[in-house]
Design a protein around this ligand. Structure first.
Ligand code: ATP
Length: 302
C-alpha cells in the first residue's frame, strides 16, 4: 500500500484481540475506517465496541494485533493522539470543575478547538456555565461530552453512546449540529450507538460488531439497497429464500415474511416476479436480525 493510500485511512486495526481475565472482548477484529466519513459502530451490549475504541485511542492495551491512527501506532504517540478526540460513554469529569473550566482545558488539548462553536453549543444545550459538574444530571454530562467532541474539530472524533440521559430534543440538536459541522469541516466521525434508527440517516458506513468480531462492514447506502423483506404465501417464500441469504423468517397463518440481504441487484425484482411483495428493511431491523437473539454469529458477512 502506498503512503497516499494509507493516509486516507483514519483508523485501522489488524487482527485485534482483547481478553479481560477470562472474557474475550475482541476476537481478531480487522477493520479500516476511511477518513472523512461518518462511521457507525453498531452492535449489542457487550459486543466489544467500547473496548475497540479504547484500544484505538491508546487508552487500553490490546492483547494482540495492531492498531494505527492515520497510519501511525497511537501508543505514546502525542502527535497521532492530538488528532483524536474520544468521548466515552459515562465520561467522568473533575467534579469541582464547571463548564467554563472544562472548555478551557479542552481548548488546550485539541489543536483545532473552535471556542466560538463551543460557546454556541453551550447556549443551545442550555448548560449553566458556572455550576459545578458535580451537580450535573446524566443528560447534562452527556451534553458536555457532545460539546467537547464537536468543538474539538479533531480529525478523528469517536462518540461512544454519547447521549445517555439526553432527551429527544437534545439528541436531535446533536444530530443536526454534527451533520452541519461535518458538511462545513469534513472529518472522520465514529458513532457507537444503539439508537440505530435515529442515526441511520447520518451514517455513511456501517461496521457491525458481534461477540468481539466484525460481522459486517458496508456502505450504508448499499446496505439499504440490499436489505429487504418478502411477504407472501409460505410455500412461495420458502421456495424463494432457499439458498439465499435469509436472516429471519416468520410465519403468519398460511403466509410468511422473511428478511433478506440481497446478493445481486436483481434479487428483489426476482422476488416480485415470483409473486412476493417486497419492502425495504430498516437498518435497525437488519442489525437486530444479524446479531440475533441468541448471540449466534452469522459467518461470512464481513
Ligand atoms: N474492565 C473489564 N473487565 C472485564 N470485562 C470487561 C471489562 N470491560 C469490558 N468487559 C467485557 O468485555 C466485553 C465487551 O465489552 P464492551 O464494553 O467493549 O462492549 P460494548 O459493545 O461497548 O457494550 P455496550 O454497548 O454495552 O457499552 C463484555 O463482555 C464486557 O463485559
Amino acid at each position: 500500500m502506498s503512503r497516499d493510500q494509507r493516509s486516507t485511512i483514519a483508523l485501522e486495526t489488524v487482527r485485534l484481540t482483547k481478553t479481560y481475565a477470562d472474557q474475550q472482548a475482541l476476537d481478531g477484529v480487522s477493520l479500516r475506517l476511511e477518513a472523512n466519513r461518518i462511521h457507525g459502530l453498531l452492535g449489542r451490549n457487550g459486543a466489544g465496541k467500547t473496548t475497540l475504541m479504547s484500544i484505538a485511542t491508546a487508552q487500553l492495551f490490546a492483547t494482540s494485533g495492531e492498531v494505527r491512527i492515520f497510519g501511525q501506532n497511537p501508543y505514546e504517540n502525542r502527535e497521532a493522539l492530538s488528532r483524536v478526540c474520544f468521548i466515552k460513554e459515562s465520561q467522568r469529569y473533575p467534579e469541582a470543575f464547571n463548564v467554563n473550566d472544562m472548555l478551557a482545558v479542552a481548548s488546550t488539548l485539541y489543536p483545532n478547538w473552535d471556542a466560538a462553536f463551543a460557546d454556541r453549543l453551550t447556549e443551545e444545550f442550555r448548560l449553566p456555565r458556572c455550576k459545578k459538574i458535580k451537580g450535573f444530571s446524566r443528560g447534562m454530562l452527556s451534553s458536555v461530552g457532545i460539546i467537547i467532541g464537536l468543538a474539538s474539530r479533531a480529525e478523528l472524533t469517536l462518540f461512544d453512546e454519547p447521549y445517555l440521559g439526553l432527551d429527544a430534543v437534545a439528541r436531535g440538536l446533536f444530530y443536526d449540529r454534527l451533520i452541519e459541522e461535518y458538511a462545513e469541516n469534513p472529518r472522520t466521525i465514529v458513532l457507537s450507538t444503539h439508537l440505530i434508527d435515529e442515526v441511520s440517516r447520518l451514517l455513511e458506513e456501517v461496521h457491525v460488531i458481534d461477540g468481539g468480531r466484525l460481522l459486517l462492514h458496508e456502505d450504508t447506502e448499499s446496505l439499504r439497497m440490499r436489505a429487504y423483506t418478502v411477504t407472501g404465501p409460505a410455500a412461495k417464500v420458502d421456495a424463494f429464500t432457499a439458498g439465499r441469504r435469509s436472516l429471519r423468517r416468520e410465519a403468519l397463518g398460511g403466509s410468511a415474511h422473511a428478511a433478506l440481504l440481497a446478493s445481486s441487484p436483481s434479487e428483489q425484482a426476482e422476488a416480485r416476479a415470483a409473486g412476493l411483495e417486497t419492502a425495504p428493511l430498516p437498518l435497525q431491523q437488519l442489525i437486530v436480525h444479524l446479531t440475533g437473539h441468541n448471540g449466534t454469529i452469522r459467518e461470512g458477512l464481513a
